[in-house]
Design a protein around this ligand. Sequence first.
Ligand SMILES: [Zn+2]
Length: 381
Amino acid sequence: MSNLTIEYKETNEEMLRNKTPYTSLFRDSLKKALEAKASDIHIEPLVDGLNIRIRQNGDLTTFKTLEKEHRQSFIQEVKRLSNLSIAISNKPQDSRLSLPSWKLSLRVNSTPTIYGEKIVLRLLDMTTEFDLITSNLSERAINDLTVAAKEKNGVIIVSGPTGSGKTRTLFSLLNSLNRNKLNIVSLEDPVEYTFKGINQIEIKKSLSFADGLRAILRQDPDVILVGEIRDQETADLCFKASATGHLVISTLHANSANKVIERLMNMGVEEYMIKSNLKFSAAQRLLKQTCPYCSTNLDKKSIEKVNSELNLNLTSLKERGTGCEKCSEGIIGRIPVMEYLTKEEINNNNTLRRSFLIELEEKASSGVIDKTEVINFANHH
Ligand SMILES: [Zn+2]
């Protein structure tokens, strides 16, 4: 009889409990990122060392810097702890890291740079709520979006850059639907959060959005979430699915609610198909929320100056504070704003039902965002 050996594989959490310096540093980075509600951790090899930076409220800040002698060993340890193969270093790798007791899951990518592998960890906070009511979107946007989703068929698109919260909005919308009575299917690249009552399919090299969509259409779907419309074939299939009685919810890269329509036409979707099927066309952004404890009210003269420079109509405006124990450099988090067209405007003259400008004025006048954010946003839109 041969000896039976049972190999025991440590969990990610067990590995992280190790007290060696590199493990501790990685654990501290995760802790710091979690406390800061950061979205990403960057581990960057440099010519003379290594940087650990975290992205908080959309901006990167340096957390720690290491000397060159620690560079390679730390990267190797991060790879080991993140379930990346330490035997591979000459090509990109993806992995996941699961820390249930931290209520955290991470999506990891390593890519070779000229000084070694750069590793980026995307934090997925498992306590994130996917609920329109608590989403901080304006009541009007929630109502109009919900009305659009009550249609038996149609296409709903929320556009925006990476990190604009559009995926959260769409899953919150899906969660508001009756999952017992509907067959809801999603195609995602990759699946980040899992939901009860939604059939989630992950896009792979062997399964494109178009392949997945064709398969789903043979599975008696009611509502289909397509992670992103990237090409003509997928765009075409989404609109055909809508025309045959399904509700399709998706995102695409466009700078505004009107540009969504332009982009669809550039991808070859006929105008009549857009007019008869597109029920909601939106663009979403996240704005930095000012700290109510350390921000101050600007005087009338300063507000008038901002109004005349940016052509706004603000009644009051806050100046960002320098930071206090309640915030990070005057910021307490981010809130979503959405501009959109409903089917009425799409069929009419494409005048926005709700514009970013109106949202900006409302959020600034009610003291949610400050002068710095108003200027920053106005200059980019
Ligand atoms: Zn503060």
